[in-house]
Write a protein that binds this ligand. Structure first.
Ligand code: F6P
Length: 460
């Protein structure tokens, strides 16, 4: 078996690992994959230093070897905060209103991709499979090729891929997408993102695209583009449910909500997650259903994210205001409708919190996949499962079609969905959950890795 080299911006050490959904999916998912393939995980240490060493820091812990480099202030500003998170992230989530186009950050992004390629190249042996992750590293494959790397190179995008009409608003879009064609396999979370990518290649690059097989030919390059829906580490996650930590968290929710149903949302505090819209939908439910504030408590866990960026500070302020307004309007001396929690939770705690909550509330405006939805399903009691409310705009909606689907832009739709979930009879809950559960259990992280790695092995 070939060794696997994973390259991603974040590298999580095993100790720091939380639930996959809560930390954005990527870190937990990759750790499981690497353990199985005895590989190396290369990326940013997360640290800013004045004079970074050219040598990566290599460590082995719990069966996973990591190699990380530090970055200097300017690199973090231009590559991470700038081009990756102020240009590509909003654009890939269809938010051209928030997308900043600064040539300087674009140059910084390419420079840091060069830096990663120069540092990674000496670590790569001839037989290794190289698997690059996410929007931080779109041009990395091309930069590795320039370093003389002939290995099979794969790329997986964890976010959505935008429609061509949005993508062409990015200056130098062609240069960015052409660099992707230096990989042998390019993977997406679901068919919708894949179709947009194939459309771009055909329309803008004039590539020869086979829509059925995902084979793209351009000049001397042959690339396979496919969708590989990511899953959760089902066994590990459900295993954590046996712990005292999980049971305690479950009890804390049950005892503090008493006879009311807990509705749970867990999202990074990101504008793509539709948090204000979720609050509006919940407020609409309370307005339209007087007295039903007695029946439900909405617990929203939202750990802050990318706090240095203004768009993230704004969304945090907006959410604090909305929560205050809704609680002001609908609280009674013995009840508060929304519990808004900023702190993060461990995987076992989340398992317990999900299990105690009879409604899972997942309503991103746009999301590559969304693993919170899958974790929520995995944590349910088969004899009394909860109901998943899911945005039709999450990649997960293509697989989890037995969820109560909502348009997160419509407060009325959300309000109707909450009412439906609250009143859903046990037999319907069970029927829906069984199908959801089978999909979450069977299409797990191991299957995702295996599907991608097999295609990469066969490529070229
Ligand atoms: O899932 C998308 C993603 O950007 C991951 O790559 C990342 O681990 C997560 O969100 C959290 O974001 P950040 O690494 O910017 O804190």
């Amino acid at each position: 078996m070939s060794r696997l080299i994973v390259i991603s911006n974040r590298v999580a050490v095993p100790k720091a690992r939380g639930a996959a959904g809560a930390q954005g999916g990527l870190a937990g998912a990759l750790q499981a994959a690497l353990k199985r393939n005895k590989g190396l995980w290369f990326g940013w240490s997360g640290k800013e230093v004045e004079n970074p060493s050219a040598e990566p820091d290599v460590q082995t812990s719990d069966g996973v070897t990591t190699a990380t480099i530090d970055l200097k202030h300017q690199d973090i500003e231009e590559y991470y905060s700038g081009y990756a998170n102020s240009t590509l992230w909003p654009l890939f989530h269809y938010r051209i209103d928030l997308t900043e186009y600064e040539r300087e950050t674009g140059i910084g992004y390419e420079r840091v991709n060069d830096l990663f390629a120069n540092t990674a190249a000496p670590l790569i042996e001839p037989d290794d499979l190289v698997w690059v992750h996410d929007y931080h590293f779109v041009p990395l494959g091309e930069r590795l090729r320039r370093q003389g790397i002939k290995n099979r190179l794969g790329f997986f995008l964890h976010t959505p891929w935008p429609p061509t009409r949005l993508l062409v608003s990015l200056p130098y879009h062609e240069r960015l997408v052409r660099s992707l064609l230096e990989y042998d396999v390019v993977g997406f979370q679901c068919d919708e993102w894949l179709e947009s990518f194939l459309h771009y290649c055909r329309k803008e690059l004039g590539a020869d695209v086979n829509e059925d097989t995902g084979e793209i030919r351009l000049d001397d390059r042959k690339v396979l583009a496919r969708s590989y829906p990511i899953g959760i580490d089902y066994a590990h996650f459900t295993g954590s449910g046996d712990s005292g930590e999980a049971r305690q968290a479950e009890q804390r929710v049950i005892s503090s909500t008493r006879r009311r149903i807990a509705m749970i949302g867990v999202d990074r505090l990101d504008y793509s997650k539709g948090l204000p819209e979720k609050m509006d939908g919940f407020a609409r439910f309370l307005e339209r259903n007087p007295g039903r504030n007695q029946d439900i408590v909405f617990i929203q866990i939202a750990p802050p994210s990318r706090e240095g960026l203004e768009s993230y500070q704004q969304i945090r302020e907006e959410l604090e205001q909305k929560t205050g307004q809704i609680n002001g309007a609908h609280s009674r001396i013995d009840l508060v409708p929304i519990r808004y929690v900023n702190e993060g939770h461990s995987m076992a705690e989340l398992y317990g919190i999900y299990r105690a909550s009879k409604i899972g509330f997942v309503t991103p405006l746009r999301d590559g996949m969304n693993l919170v939805a899958k974790e929520y399903v995995a944590a349910q009691d088969p004899e009394d499962p909860g109901v998943l409310i899911l945005s039709q705009f999450a990649g997960a909606a293509q697989q989890l079609d037995e969820a109560v689907m909502v348009n997160p832009h419509s407060p009325d739709d959300i309000a109707r969905a909450i009412r439906k979930a609250l009143d859903m009879p046990l037999d319907e809950r069970k029927r829906r959950w069984e199908k959801l559960h089978a999909s979450v259990r069977d299409d797990d992280i191991a299957k995702w890795t295996q599907n991608f790695v097999t295609d990469l092995e066969n490529a070229g």
